[in-house]
Design a protein around this ligand. Sequence first.
Ligand code: AMP
Length: 282
Amino acid sequence: MKIIKKINELKKIRKSINGSAGFVPTMGYLHEGHLALVKKSISENEVTFVSIFVNPAQFGPDEDFQKYPRNFDKDCNKLKELGCDFVFWPVEDEIYHNQKVFINIKEYSDVLCGEKRPGHFQGVLTVVAKLFNIVEPDTAYFGQKDYQQLLIIKKLVKDLNFNINIKSGRTIREKDGLAMSSRNKLLNKEERKHATLLFKLGKYVCNEYRNGMSFSEIQKKIKNFLKQNMDTNIMKVDYIEIKNENNLSHEDFLNPDSRLFLAFFCGKTRLIDNFKLSEENF
Ligand code: AMP
């Protein structure tokens, strides 16, 4: 496995590759959610590139960029073991030196995480577009854990005519249901225990949907569920929304395209998750 730190070096290597190239962009501190995407890429392509770059442009001024977990050596060991071919590990200046152009999307980015984290998707779109131009993959892999991000990247590829196939992987969870995330490392013992609230709520809402509950009934049930199950000293709601999974629009009636989107603060750590109501997520 080769570690590449410079854009020019990566471009040179890319030119010499004839077969298909898969690409998994990450911010590192890799867990089984990332690795499932890497495995998929390895099984479907001749070569696989993984990028590890904690992208400052997608963090707000009061967010956790500084304390975002990092462990490059451990990440490399995991990737080597899977048979990953190339790791792109640039420093910030290599990516953003004198950068003046940033990419924005109106649609989808004024709701959910876009609304709560102003500038976040501009940072994501800009770095992903740059990485796509650097790596020039045939296929890039993204997790459904960040469902809004996945939709936005599909739109980026379509609207800016990237010749890249976008594939997604399902959300990988811990044994108790908590969606795997590098940020879980930031939780203390007590917070970690309470973090399963997102999964429990997701499971509960999906069950109620299958029982035929209406939108307004489910909203009441969610309120009651939180009253009974949420320790407000530890957990705080950022948003709880049910939206159409194809365009993130609000709908008054639940239907097979309805998806529950959750964002909570657990202590100071922000956790997100999502659940397709009509699907067995568990
Ligand atoms: P990140 O390092 O958090 O930027 O994530 C890199 C990629 O891994 C993104 O496409 C995420 O959606 C995906 N990912 C992160 N956590 C999970 C998970 N628990 N299950 C599946 N994919 C994930």
